[in-house]
Design a protein. Structure first.
Length: 388
């Protein structure tokens, strides 16, 4: 492959991005960055309904105009390959093919409708801050925003619409298709090169494993207290008595009892771990949804009518996640956590209702402060749970 952009989500608002280039390059690196930005944006629109495409187009235009200062996404350091949700955007320069793969976004549950648009936005934010002339890289994305308000972008036509927004050069071949696998390999010499590389890596790994096994077997026969003499051939000796400090005497002259060693904490049973993962997902999703709603209300120049669609969608999502939380049965060891998370979800629902209320202007400063408190509270709750 020639270039791969890997985008991973630590949660719904924190994103890790890694860019890799591999020779041979058919285009320069900047040209390939442009292709990634364009194709990711086109596929993000195709993941949404036509009504939601208009909302995404408006938000993307506003974020680009503000250089993503109003975007709730935060790009952080980390390995995107270790993230539970991630995308791999790949351009194969020698054959001019493009592919997109995803892991862990639960397409059937609607997760792709959130994570793929946010992946595109995160990458556009990345090039905005990292490139010396980001306007050129953002032009095709702006063109797709305009096209989405005129004609629906679908899975069938998104590649052609994205390619049409690129400066005219030799055509790029569509090999997208969201899949639970890595993008396909290039053909011809690239196939042979990859096979040879893979073969050498396998041989090296086997040799390393063999050396480790032999080393473990050798050191397992050594007694570190016997100066390296094999433990199996040493004659048994009487164990040396370890000098002990006499216990302190109490006023009655009785030695103080020694403290019993504390047993290591027992890991949570599988059902409790599954419950904890589910609750963590619901709480983090709800917090991120309210953050997105607040960013929409906080937009400069936005009106209540322009924000209504985003706010209504957010409230519906919060209700769905609240219902999923209500039907959960917490294990006895996590009953307190369940009550604390329930309080946070109620608070987030109240903040969302306050932003959507047509009777009053929401106090954005107070909502920002309260949302920060809810974020810290969830961090504390799940940190305590990790210590169980």
């Amino acid at each position: 492959m020639s270039s791969t952009i890997t985008i991973g989500f630590l949660d719904r608002t924190r994103v890790c991005i890694r860019t890799e280039f591999t020779l041979p390059l058919a285009d320069d690196e900047r040209r390939e960055l442009l292709i990634h930005a364009t194709m990711l944006t086109g596929r993000a629109f195709a993941a949404l309904s036509h009504e939601r495409q208009g909302a995404l187009a408006g938000v993307l235009r506003e974020w680009i105009a503000a250089r993503f200062e109003t975007c709730p996404l935060q790009i952080v350091d980390g390995d995107p390959m270790a993230c539970p949700q991630r995308f791999a955007s790949t351009f194969l320069a020698p054959v001019r093919e493009y592919a997109l793969a995803t892991i862990g976004c639960r397409q059937e549950a609607g997760g792709i409708e959130y994570f793929l648009p946010m992946a595109a936005a995160a990458y556009l934010r990345h090039v905005t801050s990292a490139d010396h002339d980001p306007e050129e890289l953002l032009k095709p994305a702006l063109a797709l925003c305009a096209a989405a308000t005129i004609h629906p972008i679908t899975v069938d036509n998104h590649f052609h619409m994205a390619a049409a927004s690129l400066p005219k050069i030799e055509a790029v071949v569509d090999r997208t298709g969201i899949a639970e696998a890595a993008p396909a390999e290039p053909a011809g010499n690239s196939h042979r090169h990859l096979r040879e590389t893979r073969h050498s890596l396998i041989v090296s790994a086997c040799l390393a494993a063999l050396i480790i096994v032999l080393g473990v077997q050798y050191f397992s026969t050594q007694d570190p207290r016997g100066g390296g003499e094999p433990a199996a051939v040493r004659s048994p000796t009487r164990p040396q008595a370890v000098p002990q400090t006499p216990p302190k005497q109490s006023q009655e002259g009785v030695g103080a009892p020694l403290a019993a060693p504390q047993p290591p904490p027992q890991p949570l049973p599988p059902k409790a771990r599954a419950y904890l993962r589910k609750v963590r997902d619901l709480a983090e999703n709800s917090l991120a949804q309210v953050e997105v709603m607040l960013a929409e209300v906080d937009r400069a120049g936005s009106t209540r009518e322009e924000s209504a669609d985003t706010l209504d969608y957010g409230i519906r999502q919060l209700r769905v996640w609240r219902q999923q939380f209500t039907v959960l049965s917490p294990p006895e060891t996590l009953a307190r956590l369940h009550r604390e998370v329930e309080f946070v979800l109620k608070e987030l629902g109240g903040l969302a209702g306050l932003m959507r209320s047509p009777q009053s202007t929401p106090p954005l400063g107070a909502i920002h402060a309260r949302l920060s408190v809810m974020h810290d509270e969830l961090v504390r709750i799940f940190s305590d749970a990790d210590g169980l």
